[in-house]
Design a protein around this ligand. Structure first.
Ligand code: TYD
Ligand code: MG
Length: 447
């Protein structure tokens, strides 16, 4: 039989009819390569028969708990048997460490297989020693060949298996190298069918590339049951585990860990942790309570407004969306009458947290105003609210939950949207000040 070949874009995975200089799907240049197609295997029995829904047995108790509460919560209540989970993140962030720790915990009661295409068995042993993993049913396999991995999983039938990483495993039958779109795709497809066939929960580790995507953007995400991202900054010790897709739970749940010398440790009171470095009585700092999934989280928004040495002043943000910040700066100029046209403005969210919800708008405004006026926001005040283009402060969701968290951490006052304040005025334990627009808010906060 003649070998089948095809042309595939290494960026987006599109298949082209012939070689082209530019991918017609994603428009990237020189990304199309020719490669062999994995021969299709004929379907051999036994294949599955359709089952009646009411005859399928399943209960939530089947979830496998890892004893790492932060992880179990992000997964939606533990690992679902037979599920395929992708865990992505920058190289060096701690993915292998987390995976090995899960294996260590689970291996006390279950068969677990850790497959590494990156490290030798001895290196893994060394790391396991450091993490305090000694006995238990933890099998280690240093292997890159997907064919051998398939055999190992089918023979050993572990309840949980880790493939670390998807970019290092490959099918020798394919002409492209490990990490290429086709290798990554074929290996993921195989992992998916393996997980369902053997009822093994499989975690595949994926490195995020320079461009910020897992090899072949979006390519893997739709195939797997859950996608977790492990984030953080290399020079900070804490790490965030975020779920961006979960067929068995809610998304946007985050777990917080700290990288110690004996591995990752859970951070049980993240708000306290995130505010621990905050300076007292400093202008340009405001605390907001955001919601990450179901959990309220107190974070510090910082702004630095300083006279620019350039014709075009600099605007820089980290942790908040650049365009959102630009919009808020414009609202501040227009509605508060601050002359910011000659000022450099830097905005930062402490702790490497990324704030996506509009509920943090008012805190950004407060931080800018505080820095511009050089007057600190009172330390015991938390600020919550969405800001509209007319400078109005709009209501946010779950305000009670947020206030509760603030009160738990010792905040005495909350500046919140007027509507929210009316709603919950009876129940709050701390002093509430409802504001209708940013003018009122700034007055309440720094004047
Ligand atoms: P690793 O899990 O290898 O990252 P990834 O698999 O995402 O590439 O983590 C590597 C980093 O973690 C490395 O810089 C060392 C650090 N580390 C600790 O600080 N403490 C530890 O106990 C371990 C095992 C690693
Ligand atoms: Mg690794």
């Amino acid at each position: 039989m003649k070998e089948r070949r095809r042309f595939i874009c290494q960026q987006c995975g599109a298949i082209a009819p012939k070689w082209m200089g530019r991918c017609p799907e994603c428009n990237s240049w020189n990304s199309i390569v020719e490669e062999a197609v994995l021969p299709e295997k004929k379907l051999e029995g036994p294949y599955r028969n359709p089952q009646l829904l009411q005859e399928i047995e399943y209960s939530e108790d089947e979830r496998i708990l890892t004893s790492i509460a932060e992880l179990d919560r992000v997964l939606g209540g533990g690992i679902v048997p037979g599920s395929l989970v992708l865990i992505g993140g920058d190289p060096g962030i701690g993915k292998s460490t987390l995976m090995l720790q899960i294996c260590g915990n689970l291996s006390r009661e279950r068969n677990v297989l850790y497959i590494s295409g990156e490290e030798s068995e001895k290196q893994i042993k060394l790391r396991a020693d450091r993490l305090g993993i000694r006995d238990g049913n933890l099998y280690i396999m240093a292997e890159n060949n997907m064919n051998s991995i398939e055999v190992a999983i089918k023979e050993l039938r572990p309840q949980v298996a880790i493939i670390d990483s998807i970019q290092t495993v490959y099918y020798p039958e394919l002409s492209s190298g490990p990490g290429s779109v086709s290798q990554v795709r074929e290996s993921t497809v195989k992992s998916l069918s393996l997980s369902k066939e053997t009822d093994t929960a499989i975690f595949i580790v994926g490195h995020v590339t320079k461009e910020g995507s897992l090899a072949g953007p979006k390519l893997l995400e739709h195939m797997v049951d859950a996608v977790l991202y492990f984030e953080g900054e290399r020079y900070h010790s804490y790490r965030l585990l975020r779920s961006v897709k979960n067929r068995f739970g809610s998304t946007n749940e985050i777990g917080i860990f700290e990288m110690r010398d004996k591995g990752l440790e859970e951070v049980s009171s993240p708000s306290k942790y995130l505010l621990s470095g905050k300076l007292k009585d400093t202008a340009g700092s405001a605390v907001v309570c955001i919601l990450e999934g179901t959990r309220p989280l107190l974070v510090e928004v910082q702004a630095l407004v300083s006279r620019s040495g350039f014709n075009i002043p600099r605007r820089q943000t980290s942790g908040v969306d650049y365009n959102r910040a630009a919009l808020l700066i414009a609202v501040v100029e227009k509605k508060l009458g601050y002359m910011l046209g000659q000022e450099d403005i830097y905005i930062n969210v402490a702790g490497g947290i990324k704030v996506e919800e509009p509920g943090a708008d008012l805190a950004v405004v407060a931080a800018i105003a505080s820095s511009f006026k050089n007057r600190p926001v009172s330390e015991d005040t938390v600020i919550i609210g969405e800001v509209g283009l007319a400078g109005e402060v709009r209501a946010v969701s779950h305000v009670e939950k947020r206030i509760q968290e603030a009160s738990k951490l010792g905040f005495a006052k909350a500046v919140i949207p007027y509507e929210n304040a009316v709603d919950i005025s009876g129940s709050a334990k701390i002093k509430l000040q409802g504001v209708k627009n940013i003018g009122e808010a700034v007055e309440a906060i720094i004047e």
